[in-house]
Design a protein around this ligand. Structure first.
Ligand code: 6GU
Length: 273
């Protein structure tokens, strides 16, 4: 997979040299190219910013350096790229929230291009223009404000690259995680390793019991409880058809019942006896 990143802070992308991503690059699984936006300015101060039309605080990024930089990237496609061209990812707090589903979609692409905004963002005509030439996705990490897109690029690249064959050693560990479809979109259960007793805290006895079915039941209960308490929004899309009687009992204890449109909703609290 080819990744092109356009930024004014290339040093921010140095973590992509480390760990599994760095090794994947050395193995030729990933071709990461970082481009300096300022190489596409033509004034002595290498200006990339200017104040917003209509007034307001802060500065925006001017469109001309972006046009030159992205045209140069698009003019140099990787050998495997089809006629579709890349997906252009624009990190932005006003983008669609980046999810595991988006990571899976992007992992099927041969070519991703990232445009890292700074200041108050990029002149809106840049996305408008490139949307007529390539597939553009504005992506947000969540409901908080960052100073620029570089950290989002690190997040997206890590989430996508680890889905590529050969980047992560153990394929089974990929399927086992929180947010994986195999888990019905539930949070993962807690996990324990040796020693069996640590600072007065014991590993739950069922996990060392050797009763495989009971272990699986305990893990499922913990996943459901955790999800109900921490991420009740995820239960809205849990299909009641994917739940057995024990699941329904745990969810009812946590205050959730099957809804009319599928999924679960907050429902009658259990009656005390
Ligand atoms: Cl992708 N960029 C910025 N600047 N802020 C954000 C974000 C992205 N995601 C959440 N906040």
């Amino acid at each position: 997979m080819r990744l092109d990143v356009v930024t004014i802070f290339g040093e921010y992308l140095q973590p992509l040299q480390l760990s599994l991503i760095g090794r994947a690059r050395q193995q030729g699984l990933l071709d990461v190219r970082v481009h300096d936006l300022r190489e596409h300015t033509h004034d002595r101060h290498r200006t990339v910013d200017s104040p917003p039309y209509g007034g307001g605080a802060g500065l925006l990024m001017r469109p001309e350096p972006w046009g030159e930089a992205l045209d140069a990237v698009l003019a140099d496609p990787p050998p495997g790229a089809g006629a579709d061209g890349p997906v252009l990812l624009v990190p932005s707090p006003v983008g669609e929230v980046f999810t595991q589903a988006a990571a899976v979609e992007l992992a099927a692409e041969p070519w991703l291009v990232f445009a890292c905004g700074r200041y108050e963002g990029i002149d809106a005509r840049v996305v408008e223009h490139y949307a007529s030439r390539v597939r553009v996705r504005e992506v947000s990490l969540g409901d908080y404000v960052l100073n620029g897109g570089e950290v989002a690029v690190l997040v997206v690249v890590e989430a996508v690259a680890r889905l590529l064959p050969g980047v992560v050693g153990n394929a089974a560990s990929l399927e086992q995680e929180s947010h994986a479809a195999e888990h019905d979109g539930l949070l993962e259960h807690p996990a324990y390793t040796k020693p069996a007793s640590w600072r007065g805290l014991e590993v739950p006895a069922v996990l060392a019991s050797g009763h495989h079915a009971q272990v699986e039941r305990w893990r499922r209960d913990e996943s459901l409880r955790r999800t109900a308490r921490r991420r009740p929004d995820l239960l809205r899309t849990l299909p009641p058809a994917a739940c057995d009687a024990a699941d329904l009992a745990v969810l009812a204890t946590e205050g959730f019942v099957p809804g009319d449109a599928g999924g679960f909703r907050p429902g009658p609290a259990p009656v005390a006896d």
